[in-house]
Write a protein that binds this ligand. Structure first.
Ligand SMILES: Nc1ncnc2c1ncn2[C@@H]1O[C@H](COP(=O)(O)OP(=O)(O)OP(=O)(O)O)[C@@H](O)[C@H]1O
Length: 954
């Protein structure tokens, strides 16, 4: 653009000349003849050079400089002065013009001044631009110094303050404006001045920035002293001070946040992956993620694509903003895949999109869900098969499930009732109860039973027992109720019937109790453990049992009397399950003294035919016993004849043994009646209805005896052509009498011992073990103890047999029994031979009484048999006696095998049974024949017979 010249000259010609010359040079020219015109031009354009006349009307041309200054620019002004003007240079200098040009204008000088003017203008513009730039820089510097929160100070190389920021922390102790020109260190507190002075010195030498921290009034200042180099020299310093108290806190806070982030991340059970959304590169992960994906080392740097099967699809969805990837397949380091759910949150960081993914392995949950589904299927299958009515309903009563039985019972369709109310089938009160239970169900009463009468689909009223079971959710609240209904109509009817039966039974019991009360016999019922179940009042009066305390107490404590026969009997009955009848026993009852009682005991059998106890009836027979005793001692016992006291003892023993099952050994010389005693035991006991099998052990060889006792199987030995049952088997339920037991071989002893101990045996030739319920009664006339001592008889068998020995005395030791036995045999032979033998002559009896009877009763029997054969009947005389016996008696006198002289009363009794003796006895007894017979030791019938024979019957 062409430079603009303003020519302000009142002289029209000069103005035209200058303008033309300038225009001729291609410049743009504005002209003004007055000051006003010149100002108007300057308001319109900015001239680059002004030629102005010194005198411009009432104004001076240099005033245009002021106008330009007011308009905001500088312009070189060349004053046009008259040629005769004095000191134009002084005016130029005084008023700031560039120079002057004298009129009339010298063309050459004018053109030179045009060039200079333009040069001057260009220089002014440059100066103006530089000034403006400087001002701008200064403005920037000021802005910079005051821009931040820091205090910024510019120092010269001496440390004097050139400029101080007005904002920021109070680093110096005076206003910023006052600091300029003062030494920086003098503005600091002492300690601070020393430290910063040192730092400045270091910075000045090293030209490296120095940083230090200072504590000021609870704040922390971060001070940076940066040297400003000028080439190799130091131009000054910039001091920047920042209050970093808050940022230190923030840093600490950030560190805390980082820590919390880490701990949350690491504590999280879900795997957490932080990755870049676009690239899928993993930036961070937690321990759970490493474990889940099977990486020992850190995962950052890995690509999500390595962890995802079908990663493109998943990452695409994430990029599209999906926050939940419900199910995707993830890959472990070893290549195995697992199903997982992923929640993704996204955020932007430093221009990057970051995703945080929470990954949860759902393989276990899926297995559980599958198991649950299977469980539900099974549940359904099971409940559908049930005949019980099964339904479920929510706590507000809406049915959620009914099984087929339920639907059938009420005649409804499952789909139809589900969702409907369960409660309407209940009466108001039942509903209240049900709801009350529901309120308590969660608090430890999860089951509630209720019997209810409901109407079946066919209109029938049925009783149903509903068992409600509350199903609790994970928070312990009732989520559902499962109800199982059982039709208990039949049961209720049965209960009603049972109630009636019980009432009847109770009545029956009362009657029975009344009966019991009225019975004078003591009745005690015990259970199988011998605990008393019941007693009647007579048990109190007769046995002194405290009825109140007895129930439930062991019988041995209820009746603690020495040798408690009741207890023994009860034990036996409980053990054998067989009744005991007529067992006599004596008791000492404090109030009544010694009492004789008869015990009867029967096992109690329950409805399953099991023995559940026993009933013991104790009858006081003391009076009867007394009477009996008074009558006389027993003359005999079950075919055994004898009234001697030795025999009385034996009878009592046999009475007790009869009702027991224990093994018995009968000892006694030959002919003393051992077999008779064995028979008495068998036929007088509970086994009487079963066989009694006898074996004479001495009559058989070992092998024969073995086969005889235990039996054999075919082919067991030569001649065993068929199976044979042994005597043991034959005697099942009964008694095996082993006579002459002392003669059995060791083998038989051993087998017998086993049988005695275990009731087991084997048939010869057979390995199978048989069992038999057989009572063993053994007998011997041998000295068994001696055999044991000699080693001929097993000691263990001896003790096993010798549990209950019955020792029969020889006849010579009980001569009192001889007259009785004589009577007995005479009666026997009378009927056998068809003759009436009444008595033996006195002299015969005398012989009998003085003989030692080595063959015992068998010998007596034979002698009498012989006599009876010879005698025609009536009295047995001496002449009917066997010759050898008479010869022996009369020939050898005292040579008879007598153990000792006959003792007084027995001998007297023997002799006294003759005519004189009998009469004397009758006299002594005041004619009482029974008593006289007792005194004489003969049967009452014998006495009558004899008296009749002597013609003294009356
Ligand atoms: N007390 C008795 N009363 C009646 N008869 C008896 C009496 N004792 C033995 N006898 C009779 O005597 C005979 C022999 O008795 P038994 O056979 O019982 O004796 P034993 O001791 O078994 O003899 P052995 O040891 O020789 O076998 C039999 O006829 C038996 O009836």
């Amino acid at each position: 653009m062409a430079p603009i010249f303003l020519v302000a000259e009142g002289d029209h010609d000069i103005r035209g000349l200058i303008a033309d010359t300038l225009a001729g040079k291609g410049h743009r020219v504005e002209t003004a003849g007055t000051m006003a015109e010149a100002c108007a031009v300057m308001a319109r354009v900015e001239p680059d050079v002004i030629f102005a006349a010194l005198d411009l009307g009432s104004h001076h041309g240099y005033d245009l400089l002021r106008v330009a200054g007011d308009a905001g620019y500088e312009v070189p002004l060349i004053l046009l002065v008259d040629a005769d003007m004095d000191d134009p240079g002084g005016v130029v200098v005084r008023f700031g013009a560039m120079t002057y040009l004298k009129k009339p204008v010298d063309r050459r000088r004018f053109l030179m001044l045009v060039c200079l003017g333009l040069e001057m203008k260009a220089s002014m513009v440059r100066e103006r631009d530089r000034g403006r730039r400087l001002a701008r820089m200064s403005g920037f510097l000021g802005a910079l110094v005051n821009a931040g929160d820091e205090t910024v100070l510019l120092l010269d190389e001496e440390g004097g303050v050139l400029r101080a920021g007005e904002r920021g922390v109070p680093l110096i102790q005076c206003p910023a404006a006052d600091a300029v020109g003062r030494p920086y260190l003098s503005l600091l507190p002492d300690g601070s001045a020393r430290l910063q002075g040192e730092a400045m010195a270091r910075a000045g030498v090293t030209l490296l920035p120095q940083r230090l921290r200072e504590q000021r009034d609870g704040s922390t200042l971060d001070i940076l002293i940066r040297p400003v180099p000028d080439g190799d020299c130091l131009a000054g310093f910039v001091v920047i001070a920042r209050d970093i108290t808050a940022s230190l806190c923030t840093e600490a806070g950030l560190a805390g946040c980082e820590k919390r982030y880490r701990s949350v991340c690491e504590a999280a059970r879900a795997a957490i992956l932080v990755f870049e959304r676009e690239s899928g590169v993993i930036l961070d992960c937690n321990e759970a993620a490493r474990k889940l994906y099977g990486y020992d080392e850190a995962m950052p740097g890995l690509d999500m694509a390595e962890l995802l099967d079908g990663s493109e699809r998943v990452l695409e969805a994430i990029r599209a903003g999906v926050e939940r990837v419900p199910l995707s397949r993830h890959r472990r380091k070893d290549g195995t895949l697992f199903p997982a759910e992923m929640s993704v949150s996204q955020f932007e960081h430093e221009g990057r999109e970051i995703c945080t993914a929470y990954v949860q392995d759902v393989s276990h949950r899926r297995a559980v869900e599958e198991a649950l589904r299977e469980g539900a299927r099974l549940y359904r299958a099971v409940v559908e098969d049930q005949t019980e009515l099964i339904c479920r309903y929510t706590p507000d009563g809406a049915l959620s499930f009914v099984n087929e039985a339920y639907a059938k019972f009420f005649g409804v369709d499952e789909d139809e009732v589900v969702g409907r109310e369960f409660f309407p089938i209940m009466a108001g009160e039942e509903r209240r109860d049900q709801r009350a239970w529901l309120r308590e169900a969660a608090a430890g009463r999860p089951v509630f039973d209720r019997e209810q009468r409901v109407t079946r689909h066919d209109g029938q009223e049925r009783w149903v027992l509903w068992t409600n079971r509350a199903v609790l959710d994970q928070f312990g609240a009732v989520s559902e109720i499962q109800t199982v209904g059982r039709d208990i109509t039949e049961r209720r009817e049965a209960e009603r019937a049972l109630g009636l039966a019980m009432a009847e039974k109770e009545q029956y019991r009362l009657n029975l109790e009344a009966t019991f009360r009225s019975i004078p016999d003591a009745i005690i019922t015990v259970d199988s453990e011998l605990r008393v179940i019941a007693t009647n009042s007579a048990a109190g009066s007769l046995l002194g049992i405290d009825r109140e305390r007895a129930n439930g107490v062991h019988f041995s404590e209820v009746l603690p009397v020495p040798g408690n026969a009741c207890l023994s009997v009860l034990k036996q009955v409980l053990r054998t399950s067989r009744s005991v009848h007529g067992y006599e026993a004596e008791f000492t009852i404090p109030a009544l003294g010694v009492r004789t009682a008869e015990l009867n005991c029967t096992p109690l059998i329950d409805q399953d035919k099991r023995h559940s106890g026993a009933v013991l009836v104790v009858r006081d027979i003391s009076r009867i016993a007394d009477l009996e005793k008074r009558l006389q001692e027993r003359q005999g016992f079950r075919g055994i004849i004898g009234r001697s006291s030795a025999m009385q003892d034996i009878y009592r023993l046999l009475e007790q043994l009869s009702s027991l099952d224990s093994t018995v050994i009968i000892l006694g010389e030959s002919g003393t009646g051992k077999e008779l005693v064995a028979e008495a035991l068998h036929y007088g006991g509970s086994r009487a209805g079963h066989p009694m099998v006898k074996v004479n052990c001495s009559a058989l060889t070992e092998s024969l005896l073995e086969s005889e006792l235990f039996g054999h199987v075919r082919g067991a030995f030569t001649g065993a052509i068929r199976d044979k049952a042994g005597r043991i088997q034959t005697a099942e339920g009964g008694t095996l009498f082993l006579d002459e037991i002392g003669d059995i071989s060791p083998l038989i002893q051993l087998k017998l011992l086993r049988f005695l101990e275990q009731k087991e045996y084997e048939r010869v030739g057979e390995s199978r073990t048989s069992v038999a319920d057989v009572r063993i009664i053994a007998a011997t006339n041998a000295d068994l103890r001696g055999s044991v001592r000699r080693g001929a008889f097993r000691e263990d068998l001896y003790y096993r047999l010798n549990v209950m020995p019955v020792s029969l005395p020889p006849l010579r030791a009980r001569q009192a029994d001889i007259p009785l036995l004589v009577d007995h045999f005479l009666e026997l032979f009378s009927s056998q031979f068809g003759k009436a033998f009444e008595v033996v002559a006195g002299e015969v009896m005398d012989l009998f009484m003085s003989y030692a009877w080595p063959g015992n009763i068998r010998e007596l029997r034979h002698i009498l048999e012989h006599a009876c054969i010879l005698s025609p009947g009536g009295e047995i005389l001496l002449k009917h006696m066997r010759r050898d016996f008479v010869d022996h008696m009369f020939g050898s006198g005292q040579g008879a095998p007598m153990a000792g002289p006959p003792t007084g009363p027995v001998a007297a009794s023997g002799r006294a049974t003759g005519r004189e003796g009998v009469l004397a006895a009758l006299e002594r007894c005041g004619g009482n024949k029974a008593r006289a017979a007792r005194q004489l030791g003969i049967h009452r019938a014998t006495l009558y017979r004899r008296l009749k024979g002597w013609g003294l019957a009356d």
